[in-house]
Design a protein around this ligand. Structure first.
Ligand SMILES: Nc1nc2c(ncn2[C@@H]2O[C@H](COP(=O)(O)OP(=O)(O)OP(=O)(O)O)[C@@H](O)[C@H]2O)c(=O)[nH]1
Ligand SMILES: [Mg+2]
Length: 379
C-alpha cells in the first residue's frame, strides 16, 4: 500500500511530464515516502502519453490513465480519486507551478490530523510570480467568490492540495471547469483544513488552456455549491449560512434595543438639561446611548451565540473583540449614511428605498468584516 497518491492531470505537457515525474520521485526518495504517481491525461495529441509509457517501464509506482470522454481538468482529478491506490491524495499541476518540495509538508499536515491541506497563494508567505494583470484580477475575483462560501480558507481555488480519501469518497462531486478544490470543500466531508503558503510560479514551457468559458463555469459551480448546502446541513457552507442568519437575528434585536432606549429616554426620562429642551438636541442626546447600547447588545449576542466556537479566537480578549466590533459598526453606520444621502440626494431615489439599500450594504459589510476580523479563529 502506498503512503499517498500524487495525482497529476495533464493535457499537452510533453515538455514538462518527464521532469515533473522525476522531481516528484526525487522528493519521494529524499523523504522516504512510498508514493504512487498517477497521471490522468485527456488524450493529449502531443507526445505526453508516449513519454509516460516510456517512463513506466522503469517505474512500477507510476500509473496513468488516458481519458477519451468528457475532457476536463476537474473530471480528470475526480477520476484520479477513483483510481488512486492509497488513502491520501495530492493533486498538483504538471507545469512546475506547484513546487514538489512541498509534498512532504502536505503529507505531514494530513498525518497530523487535517482532512485537507491546501497549498495557498493568498496568505502570508505565499504569492504568484510573473502573472499578467488580467490573470491576477480574474483569480482574485474567483477567490473572493469562493471566500463567500469559505471565509476561513485563504485560497479556496488552489489547484494544489492534499486530501484524505474519506473526504471525497462518498461526496457527490460534480466536477466541471478548473476549480476542483471548491467542489471538494463544498461537497466533501471534512472538518479540519490546514493551509501552507507557497509561491505559484507561472509555467515556463507548454501552453495554457485557460479560456473565457472557465469564468462562467466557475460562477455556476459556486452557485451549485451554495445550493447543495441547503439540503446538506452538515456541510461547511451551511454552517456559514447559519452564522449569517444568526447575525441577522441579532441585528434585528439591536433595532429593538435602539428604539426602546430612544423612546424610554425621550418619553420617560425627560432629559432635564437646559439645552435638552431644544427638540433636536434632546433627540441627539437620547440617540447616542440608544445606538451604543444596541451595539453592546449585538456584540454580546454575537460573541456568545453567532460566533461561539470551541476554538481560540485570534483576538483572545473580549474587549479586543468589542473594540473591533465597535469600530466596524461605526464603519457600517457611515456606509449606511453615505448610501442614503448619495442615492436620495444626488440620484433622486426614494429615501426609504435608499435607506433600505444602505442598511443592506452596511449589513453585508458588518457581517463580512466582523467574520474575518473580530471573530477570526486563531490559526
Ligand atoms: N486531464 C486534463 N488536464 C488538464 C486539462 N487542462 C489542463 N490540464 C492540466 O492541469 C494542469 C493545470 O493546467 P494549466 O493549463 O497549467 O492551468 P493554469 O496553471 O491555470 O494556466 P497556465 O499555467 O497559464 O497554463 C496542468 O498540469 C495541465 O496539463 C484538461 O482538460 N484535462
Ligand atoms: Mg499552470
Amino acid at each position: 500500500m502506498y503512503d499517498l497518491t500524487v495525482i497529476i492531470p495533464t493535457f499537452k505537457e510533453e515538455s514538462n511530464i518527464g521532469t515533473i515525474i522525476e522531481s516528484v520521485d526525487a522528493v519521494f526518495s529524499q523523504n522516504a515516502i512510498t508514493g504512487e504517481i498517477l497521471v490522468v491525461d485527456d488524450n493529449s495529441p502531443d507526445r505526453t502519453i508516449e513519454l509516460i509509457r516510456e517512463l513506466k517501464k522503469t517505474k512500477p509506482h507510476l500509473s496513468f490513465l488516458v481519458r477519451t470522454e468528457d475532457p476536463g481538468l476537474s473530471q480528470s482529478v475526480v477520476e484520479g480519486f477513483r483510481r488512486a491506490r492509497s488513502d491520501i491524495f495530492l493533486v498538483m499541476d504538471a507545469d512546475f507551478s506547484h513546487p514538489p518540495a512541498l509534498i512532504p509538508v502536505m503529507l505531514g499536515g494530513i498525518r497530523a490530523g487535517n482532512d485537507l491541506v491546501i497549498g495557498s497563494r493568498y496568505m502570508e508567505g505565499g504569492g504568484i510570480k510573473k502573472w499578467p494583470l488580467k490573470r491576477r484580477v480574474i483569480s482574485l475575483g474567483a477567490t473572493f467568490l469562493g471566500r463567500l462560501l469559505f471565509p476561513e480558507i485563504h485560497d479556496p481555488v488552489s489547484g494544489f492540495f492534499a486530501v484524505k480519501r474519506s473526504v471525497v469518497e462518498h461526496a457527490p462531486l460534480r466536477p466541471r471547469g478548473y476549480k476542483i478544490l471548491l467542489e471538494v470543500l463544498g461537497k466533501g466531508s471534512w472538518k479540519k483544513a490546514l493551509e501552507v503558503p507557497f509561491e505559484f510560479i507561472d509555467r515556463a514551457t507548454g501552453s495554457s488552456k485557460l479560456g473565457s468559458r472557465t469564468i462562467i463555469e466557475y460562477a455556476e459551480q459556486v452557485i451549485d455549491n451554495a445550493r447543495f448546502s441547503w439540503n446538506h446541513h452538515e456541510s461547511v457552507v451551511w454552517q456559514e449560512w447559519e452564522k449569517l442568519f444568526k447575525f441577522g437575528v441579532v441585528g434585528l434585536s439591536g433595532i429593538l434595543v435602539n428604539e426602546g432606549v430612544l423612546i424610554y429616554l425621550k418619553e420617560y426620562v425627560h432629559l432635564s438639561l437646559p439645552i435638552a429642551n431644544i427638540p433636536l438636541i434632546g433627540l441627539s442626546i437620547a440617540s447616542i446611548p440608544a445606538i451604543e447600547l444596541s451595539i453592546l447588545n449585538n456584540f454580546i449576542w454575537n460573541d456568545f451565540w453567532t460566533f461561539k466556537t470551541d476554538q481560540q479566537h485570534a483576538m483572545p480578549h473580549w474587549w479586543q473583540r468589542f473594540l473591533s466590533f465597535q469600530v466596524i459598526s461605526i464603519g457600517g453606520a457611515a456606509i449606511n449614511f453615505v448610501i442614503l444621502i448619495a442615492l436620495a440626494g444626488f440620484f433622486g431615489v426614494d429615501y426609504r428605498i435608499a435607506d433600505l439599500l444602505g442598511i443592506l450594504v452596511a449589513f453585508a459589510w458588518n457581517f463580512w468584516v466582523n467574520r474575518r476580523v473580530t471573530w477570526k479563529k486563531s490559526e
